[in-house]
Write a protein that binds this ligand. Structure first.
Ligand SMILES: [Zn+2]
Length: 104
């Protein structure tokens, strides 16, 4: 079992990035046509290996969405918090603020 991640250590942005492509600690920012964040994709920061996608309101597929913010320093934030809820899952609960993982 890995240590829980305190922050993402690298960031890639692009229009065609998906959670299964993310290395542990890497934040993939799937961008919309206007360059704004469409979804954040990464491996669960608890170390369980689950791919996670945090979509913005632009996803509009009926699933929960988040407000994604590109900060002035080039980092990313998501609101509200992210909670893993699947019965088999790790139950992680955390905020993403300026690329940092703030565990609840
Ligand atoms: Zn996890």
């Amino acid at each position: 079992m890995r240590e829980r991640l305190p922050a993402f250590t690298s960031v890639r942005t692009g229009p065609d990035l998906w959670p299964h492509e993310a290395a542990f600690g890497e934040l993939l920012v799937h961008t919309a046509e206007d360059g704004s964040p469409w979804a954040l994709c990464y491996q669960c920061p608890c170390g369980c290996g689950s791919p996670v996608m945090v979509p913005s309101e632009k996803a509009r597929d009926g699933s929960p969405t988040w407000t994604l913010t590109a900060e002035a320093d080039g980092s990313y934030s998501a609101s509200p918090s992210v909670r893993m809820t699947s019965p088999q899952g790790c139950k992680s609960h955390y905020f993403i603020r300026s690329n940092r993982i703030e565990w609840c």
